[in-house]
Design a binder for this molecule. Structure first.
Ligand SMILES: NC(=O)C1=CN([C@@H]2O[C@H](COP(=O)(O)OP(=O)(O)OC[C@H]3O[C@@H](n4cnc5c(N)ncnc54)[C@H](OP(=O)(O)O)[C@@H]3O)[C@@H](O)[C@H]2O)C=CC1
Ligand SMILES: O=C(O)C1=N[C@H](C(=O)O)C[C@H](O)C1
Length: 269
């Protein structure tokens, strides 16, 4: 069995990942942790999540549990994630990172750290979204420069980062399809007398409200027609299943930085 440590085990994703890990034939829920001072310390994450006993109690910090597992699954907060990655790299323990809001510098640092440990990092672990990433790149490359590319994402009112990591990755995939650099053409807000839209820009807009789990639409708007491709998450279970699948896949792999395309075999599509 592969022993799994869950970071942020009491969180929205941490609880569903715990359930998926407990159901997975190759995975064992070995340890759980939250930050020092969390009211969840000492509690059973399964009981908190309403799915039974996880057989573990939530401990304080990754250092307390790192020797108990083969892989750490992290869906927490960007400011914490890099610290966890340094500890996992030092112990050569595999990691699955779903936390969004990581900066370009964080991702560079992760690449450097990954010479010491295998790590899957992806802003969205749902199968459907990873297919959507590929469709976005392919559709952009087929339609070319005559179609304006816009992305709209909707999430719940507790989400801390914007735009979503998924929307940014979608924009990056579409930009790659038309050979543009997102850092040069990304537009994240519009307000006031902004003038006509340029052909190159790729717009990314954010909606926050209620308990929306996650919805992403990419628009290709051309002369007299448009294509809209939408992914809607009905629950967090598809993300959590993806995280469990990634944990089973990455444990024992060679050191390196991997994505869900590697886990799902979509790399060459
Ligand atoms: N890749 C993917 O497929 C998906 C990614 N996400 C991403 O996952 C992340 C978490 O989302 P969600 O579960 O909704 O958020 P939550 O806030 O519900 O959960 C995060 C958990 O991490 C805990 N946490 C924060 N800092 C630390 C720390 N230093 N040490 C240990 N635990 C810590 C939080 O504790 P506290 O509340 O005390 O701060 C909380 O319990 C976000 O970045 C989100 O965008 C979400 C869904 C899918
Ligand atoms: O915070 C969330 O909830 C989600 N975050 C991820 C993101 O930022 O892309 C993925 C998913 O859409 C849910």
């Amino acid at each position: 069995m592969i022993n799994v440590i869950i970071a942020g085990a009491a969180g929205r994703m941490g609880q569903r990942i715990g359930y998926m890990v407990s159901q997975h034939p190759e995975l064992n829920y070995a340890a759980a942790f939250e930050a020092a001072g969390s009211p969840s310390i000492g509690r059973d994450p399964g009981e908190m999540g309403g799915w039974g006993s996880a057989g573990v109690r939530i401990e304080e910090g990754l250092e307390a549990v790192i020797d108990k597992g083969d892989v750490v699954i992290d869906f927490t907060f960007h400011a914490a994630t890099m610290g966890f990655a340094k500890i996992a790299a030092a112990h050569k323990t595999a990691m699955v990172i779903g936390t969004t809001g990581l900066s370009a510098e964080n991702l560079d640092e992760l690449k450097t750290l990954s010479v010491d440990f295998p790590c899957v990092q992806a802003p969205n672990m749902a199968v459907g979204v990873n297919v959507l990433f590929k469709l976005a790149e392919k559709t952009a490359s087929i339609l070319g420069d005559d179609y304006n590319i816009e992305i709209v994402e909707l999430h719940h009112n507790k989400k801390k980062d914007a735009p979503s990591g998924t929307a940014l990755k979608l924009a990056e995939m579409a930009a790659s399809g038309v050979n543009r650099n997102l850092a040069e053409v990304g537009v994240y807000e519009r307000n006031g007398i902004i003038g006509e839209r340029t052909m190159e820009e790729i717009g990314v807009q954010t909606v926050r409200g209620g308990d929306i789990v996650g919805e992403h639409t990419i628009y290709f708007c051309g002369p007299g027609e448009r294509i809209e491709i939408t992914h809607r998450a009905h629950s967090r279970d598809n993300f959590a299943q993806g995280a469990a699948k990634a944990a089973a896949w990455v444990a024992g792999k060679e050191p390196g930085l991997y994505t869900m395309f590697d886990v799902l075999g979509l790399q060459d599509l």
